[in-house]
Design a protein around this ligand. Structure first.
Ligand code: DGY
Length: 322
């Protein structure tokens, strides 16, 4: 039996699974992330063997130093950029995550964001709420159709792959993709075309969506120079991590109508927004909810719990990072 600290209450059956497996849980019942000081103080009690952490918990050298008894951090997320993986590896601390659990949720959300911009849904909603709707107008809020347009995927892993599948089966779009490695299944199954050079993809796409992990190679992957290569009618969608896009550069590009629109679920300095972002009409902003479906959050909770259960049973968890 292990003692596990849960950094915030999570939905789904995972916590009960841990209890049923005989583990003792202490759950932060505050409806907010713990501050760094609170987190370190809790762990330094030395009473915990494992932690169920969230992407809002910064897990670094300081945390590892204050928690020598903790041998495993099970991150309730696919992403793990909140954790110093290199340092964990050096110390023999196991880090696990929950890939596959939110693939469909995030893929559907990505497409919903793009459609929102293309069809000007939020702008229409705001127009009505502002009391501006005075009757049908042939010139009002003209959007665009995505049939026969080109969708560029940056990152062709699970989520990018599911986006490609939905687009191929349902929307009749041409799909191009860029990744550090080729995904031949995507080409065979959904007619996607590989672009070895990311700039070629950026120049040719009508809609670009981002599906990469955040690390030093993907920070500001979408920068001023690359935004300038986009079509004037392009839409950029980000459901990966905020810092993948240079937010100041994208605000300036949108203010100057260099591209058609930007839809994002994630922010460079989350939860803060770059100055000017929320004043723009051609953006759609959501609060990091792409995976917030009952199905995905349940699956995340099950996987995060299973990773801990396996670890404490002396077996290798299914999803280890690093
Ligand atoms: C993840 O899993 O990394 C998402 O950002 C939150 O669900």
């Amino acid at each position: 039996m292990a003692k596990i600290f849960v950094t915030r209450h999570v939905p789904g059956p995972g916590l009960q699974m841990l209890k049923d497996a005989g583990h003792e849980l202490k759950i932060n019942e505050e409806d907010r992330p713990l501050t760094e000081e609170e987190f370190n103080a809790e762990l330094s009690s030395g009473e915990y063997d494992g932690v169920l952490s969230l992407l809002t918990d910064k897990i670094d050298v300081k945390v590892f130093d204050s928690a020598p008894s903790v041998k495993v951090f099970s991150n309730y997320a696919v992403g793990f950029n909140n954790i110093d993986i290199g340092e964990a590896k050096k110390r023999g601390i196991v880090i696990s995550n929950t890939p596959g659990t939110s693939t469909n949720a995030v893929a559907e959300f990505t497409i919903a964001l793009a459609m929102n911009i293309a069809k000007r849904v939020d702008e229409g909603d705001q127009f009505i709420r502002d009391g501006k709707y005075k009757g049908w107008n042939p010139n009002l809020l003209i959007g665009e159709e995505i049939l026969n347009k080109t969708w560029g995927l940056i990152g062709a892993g699970r989520i990018g792959g599911r986006v490609a599948e939905i687009l191929h089966k349902g929307f009749g779009m041409k799909i191009i993709y860029h990744d550090i490695k080729r995904n031949e299944d995507l080409e065979k199954d959904f007619g996607a075309e590989f672009k070895e050079n990311i700039e070629d993809l950026i120049r040719e796409s009508d809609i670009i969506s981002l599906h990469v992990l955040l690390d030093e190679t993907t920070k500001h992957l979408i920068n001023k120079e690359r935004i300038e290569m986009m079509k004037k009618t392009a839409v950029l969608v980000n459901t990966s991590r905020g810092p993948v896009v240079d937010e100041v550069a994208i605000v300036s590009a949108l203010q100057n109508k260099k591209i058609r629109g930007f839809a994002t679920d994630v922010y460079e300095l989350e939860p803060s927004l770059a100055e000017g972002l929320k004043e723009l009409p051609n953006v759609v902003l959501t609060p990091h909810i792409a995976s917030a479906t009952e199905e995905a959050r349940n699956a995340m909770s099950v996987q995060a719990a299973e990773n801990l259960i396996e670890f404490f049973a002396g077996r290798e968890p299914k999803y280890i990072v690093g």
